[in-house]
Design a protein around this ligand. Structure first.
Ligand code: PEP
Length: 258
């Protein structure tokens, strides 16, 4: 039985004062979603604030990215060991907004997939659970390349880290055309892709596939979360915009309660 996980990605939003209100608003209602794992991903500068607020709450926290390198002359980067130092349980890896930034530097998608795989290895070394974001762009979607895009990254990770490593990760299907657009995938579409992802792992190791949490992300809101989360292969959500409103976020967490 996979316990649902709802992850709130604050992206580059928040102030110290606004964060207090948001966290207080969520914590005041935490009895409403006690059967769900919940994690918050603030901008890294607020990590300590979030750690202090959540440390005895049962909720978890993490960052939106990490370096693929262990330590040293990498100005502006954050290492896996630092995440561990701040009590992070999870880290988002390969978010499409990060990919877009790198793509501006003309890095090939295949190169990016290998960087994602290196980051996953680094997180696992420190015992921080990677939430691996995978999804097709609007152009790839229009060309019917969803499975190809997803299989490419999954195969790189499986070849590099081994299928057993996936058992210590969470996957998130995040179609880029649904992120921040208000246009969520339908539950049926998302289920089909999640099932494809699980089967891809099952070809190597069925037990790992069965235990693997696969989240859906892309314009999840309080009023569309329940039908998405009711699908057999959708184990919760990665939530961006709606995680900035305490009541809306709590509604989504409640929708994940079975
Ligand atoms: C995200 O940032 O991962 C995301 C899914 O954003 P949104 O919920 O705003 O579409």
């Amino acid at each position: 039985m996979r316990k649902p996980l709802v992850a709130g990605n604050w992206k580059m939003n928040g102030t110290s004062a606004k964060n207090v209100l948001l966290l207080d608003g969520i914590l005041a209602q935490k009895d409403k979603f006690s059967s769900v794992n919940v994690a918050i991903f603030p901008p890294a500068v607020y990590l300590h604030q979030v750690q202090m607020a959540l440390q005895s709450s049962g909720l978890s926290w993490g960052t939106q990215n990490l370096s693929q390198f262990r330590q040293g002359a990498y100005t502006g980067e954050i290492s896996a060991a630092m995440l561990k130092d701040f009590g992070c349980k999870y880290v988002l890896i390969g978010h499409s907004e990060r990919r877009c930034l790198y793509a501006e530097l003309d890095l090939d998608q295949l190169v990016l997939d290998h960087i994602v795989a290196d980051k996953i290895d680094m997180a696992l070394t420190e015992g921080v659970t990677p939430i691996i974001c995978i999804g097709e762009s609007p152009e790839e979607h229009a060309k019917g390349q969803t499975e190809e895009v997803i299989a490419r990254l999954m195969d790189i990770v499986i070849n590099q880290s081994g299928v057993k490593a996936l058992a210590q990760t969470v996957l998130a299907y995040e179609p880029v055309w649904a992120i921040g657009t208000g246009k969520s995938a339908t539950p049926e579409w998302a289920q089909e892709v999640h099932s494809f992802m699980r089967e891809r792992v099952a070809k190597h190791d069925r037990a790992t596939a069965e235990s693997l949490q696969i989240l859906y992300g892309g314009s999840v809101k309080g009023d569309n979360a329940a039908p998405l989360f009711s699908m057999p292969d959708i184990d919760g959500g990665l939530v961006g915009g709606a995680s900035l409103d305490a009541d809306e976020f709590v509604k989504i967490c409640q929708a994940a309660c079975s």
